[in-house]
Ligand binder design. Sequence first.
Ligand code: ZN
Length: 300
Amino acid sequence: MRMHEHPTINYPEYHWPAGKRCAVVFSLDLDAESPFLWLHRGQQVQQLGEIEQRRFGPRQGLARVVRLFAEYGIRGSFYVPGVVAQTYPGLLPFLLEGGHEIAHHGYYHERIEAIPVAQAEDYLVMAQELFCTQTGLSGLGHRAPSWEMTSDFLQTLERRGVSYDSSLMGFDHPYHVGNMVEVPVQWTVDDALYFRYTNSPRDKTHPANPGAVLDSWIEEFEGVRETGGLFMVTLHDWISGRSQRLRLLRKLIAHIRHDPQVWWARADEVAAWHAASPNRDLYRVPAHSINTHFESATRG
Ligand SMILES: [Zn+2]
């Protein structure tokens, strides 16, 4: 069985609008306690520790990050599970008022690959209906919880009118997976990797030193600018709304903001640019090639 049916090994440089060299997107996944409750679904949960820690996000963290963005004129992309929008009905209108993008992030922060695709579709439709009721908006973008995706669900997103996906990292600039525009993410620039700490067995180490993370993220930004990619920062309000990380964010923004070669954009604007520009025909991969396996190798 073939490993990959699209054997191109060298692509042209990505073309950004107005002669810009790269794009910068600040995105937030507003999970609140939904991942914890999804993990413990069907159980009576007594402990409040992680739940309260995560609720710091919608209570205080989010407003602080949004205030910081407003100070620098940054419009972010906010991925919101349906259940979080339902719990905080003022959330989506608040974000829209600030000029930010709102997009889907599951209903219960469900892991796509862990449930039947029909159930994942039901949750997507529930989220779409709720967002439409609360804001009048449809045809929004999507980011999969925990950035896991399946080829079946990519087709579901397309059929349900989702405008783009932001869960995968096969290029460091937008591309097409099948017919879906993908606005890629990057583990290296995800706050959870460095700072997520809840004293649970999942946490392998204590929170990182923000100074070291700032150095690392600036290095990543400078590298992405050299190669002409997308610098997609992923934050969580319950993590990056904390004091020392807000200071880290301010320093990161200060480093980037005077660079005239940077296109500051929301993820939906990046997706729309990709779909309307000559880029759309240059970076296309099939959606189903991820399902191959090494038959001959296991036969020995
Ligand atoms: Zn999430």
